[in-house]
Design a protein around this ligand. Structure first.
Ligand SMILES: [Fe+2]
Ligand SMILES: [Fe+2]
Length: 274
């Protein structure tokens, strides 16, 4: 199985390191590690969906594409910062953070719930890479983020299609789907992003501090969003929840996501400055 595009499709010699600010570079290094760690999520999904060959095959292909996102971002970061060793940073990340894969049931309580959460994650990554594409001054990074954002939108459609299948077999009430979706959106206390930021950007002799490194990551990541990116995410999230009543309020949800993001960014900046 292969991804839709290859690293050799990119014009690597057009990378323009001088245009790239440190905060964007730190964000991309962090994202590269998260994306490159997808094999563990494939193993997790294989366990949760054991016996559903349609889904587990799709999850294998999904994992190949996510891993390629990591390689593309990692290679770009190495070209911009020759001191960055992507393989070493990934090894450090994996030594200190592991996705709990040894499970038989979804951490969301059911397969249907797992698919709601997967849809939310893909709507988040799609809006994130769209935001990075629009903020990136470097043409190669813009190209990479555009390709990744398209893949993430396709991943959303893939998980949504399986969600509809499970919703017929093992239905969840609208309210439960909404609770899982909103819970996943605001699930930010996890170590994954903080530890990835730490592994990619902080010298190993500095002790890991979940709050400090998490704050540093989110301050950077949230600064790239414009409202339109979060309107896109709101549209996808309401589709995943599948409520006609809620979908009439998609624009308001997008506005709310944007306002919450700006509010959190101001708080993180204040915490960072303190
Ligand atoms: Fe990805
Ligand atoms: Fe994805």
């Amino acid at each position: 199985m292969k991804a839709h595009w290859q690293l050799s499709d990119l014009h690597w010699d057009a990378v323009a390191p001088a245009t790239v600010g440190p905060e964007l570079l730190q964000t991309i290094k962090t994202a590269a590690l998260i994306e490159a760690n997808s094999a563990d999520y494939v193993a997790y999904l294989r366990n949760v969906f054991a016996g559903d060959d349609d889904f587990t095959q799709a999850a294998e292909q999904w994992g190949i594409e996510e891993a390629q996102h990591g390689r593309a971002l990692g290679r770009w970061a190495e070209l911009v910062d020759p001191g960055f060793d992507f393989a070493a940073a990934l090894a450090r990340f994996r030594a200190g953070y592991r996705v709990p894969i040894d499970v038989q049931q979804s951490v969301r309580g059911s397969r249907t719930g797992e698919l709601v959460a997967r849809c939310v994650v893909e709507s988040g990554t799609c809006s994130f890479y769209s935001a990075l594409r629009d903020a990136a001054p470097d043409p190669v990074l813009r190209d990479i983020c555009h390709r990744i954002a398209q893949d993430e939108a396709q991943h959303f459609r893939l998980f949504k299609q399986h969600l509809e299948r499970y919703q017929r077999r093992e239905p969840l009430r609208r309210w439960t789907r909404a609770r899982i979706a909103l819970g996943r959106i605001f699930e930010t206390s996890d170590d994954e992003l903080s530890y990835a930021y730490y592994s990619a950007n902080v010298p190993a002799h500095t002790a890991y501090d979940r709050v400090r490194h998490g704050t540093a990551y989110w301050r950077r990541a949230m600064s790239f969003y414009a409202e339109r990116h979060l309107q896109g995410a709101a549209h996808m999230v309401t589709l995943a929840i599948g409520s006609a009543r809620l979908s009439r309020h998609t624009r308001r949800l997008g506005r709310l996501l944007y306002l919450v993001t700006r509010w959190r960014l101001r708080r993180l900046e204040a915490a960072g400055a303190a």
